[in-house]
Design a protein around this ligand. Sequence first.
Ligand code: ADP
Ligand code: ZN
Length: 351
Amino acid sequence: MWYCVHLFSMEKITIKGRFADSAIFTGERINNLPHYIPSKGVYIITDGNVNAIYRGRFPECPTFVVEPGEASKSIQTVVKIYRWLLDSGADRSSFIVAIGGGVICDIAGFVASTFMRGVKFGFVATSLLAQVDASVGGKNGIDLDGYKNIVGTFNQPQFVICDVSMLITLPRIELANGFAEIVKHAIIADAGQFAFIEANVDRLNACDIEVITPLVEKSIRIKTNIVTADEHESGERRKLNLGHTWGHAVEKVSGLPHGQSVSIGLEFAARLSCSKGVLGNREYFRLINLLRGLKLQVCSTMSQRKIFEALLKDKKKEKDFIHFVLMEGIGSVRVEAISIQELKAFIKIEK
Ligand code: ADP
Ligand code: ZN
């Protein structure tokens, strides 16, 4: 009987990879992880926070616990894990499982893609951001000298389990990071999803799993459709940068969390779209209200000039134009090259 209920709530989303397919399971639980992994030769990578709360629900396997936080996405951590794998007797047939947020999925995906020229791996994504973002696209990577994800590979995990019940222990600030990406996906491709979020703001803020589950599933489907349409980061995939061109610069200058920075970036993209006559004021205010409702920041007291300088530094390969994702409405976006002169005039920076 329990198994029936379990099947009802679970959704499988398949992603076609270059070499192999990957499957994302929403509504699945970490307790079922043993059904997805080999009976031996499994190595778990997790972080200190997730380990402290959920260790009792991990399968009995050697486990490497990484210090929580972005600072762990370093080559030093990766080397430590390679040595641990060797010392523990891992070989080419071993299987690596990441149990954690985006940081852990990135590190474990990179380690698994490179150890002995690559071993199979899977994720239990435990943060909302990892479930709706890191789970799709097969990217992994580590940071170097302040550059994020500068070293990494494209490689799909065998499976991603999105256990939404684990989100209950996620700190509120981390939940908001995921909401920013979920709203982004809705603006890119799904007006219905946007309306659903609007109608459920209070339940989402209370981390109501009944509402979060379909939201996560739909969000993953939106990203999956975009990524499969364009496996290697041009055309369609560029749309996923919505709010991120300005948002990354905000993140660099302010040190605000990713979701808060993306939210400020979404407001910027919407305002820019309005000023170009692409987006109507009504849609702009709908977006602002929704972001605010989800406790996301939409404006900042930071110097626009500083943010713009950080943006130019980030995009130094794009000479006179910067590619921006503009909103044409809720559920529709387009990528446009905007001249640096025009941007300066828009944010009222002198020449
Ligand atoms: P991301 O936001 O990319 O997922 P992290 O992997 O750093 O980044 O996860 C964000 C933070 O949330 C980390 O401190 C991590 O330890 C913590 N975390 C992840 N999942 C859970 C969970 N289910 N419960 C409590 N804390 C969690
Ligand atoms: Zn993002």
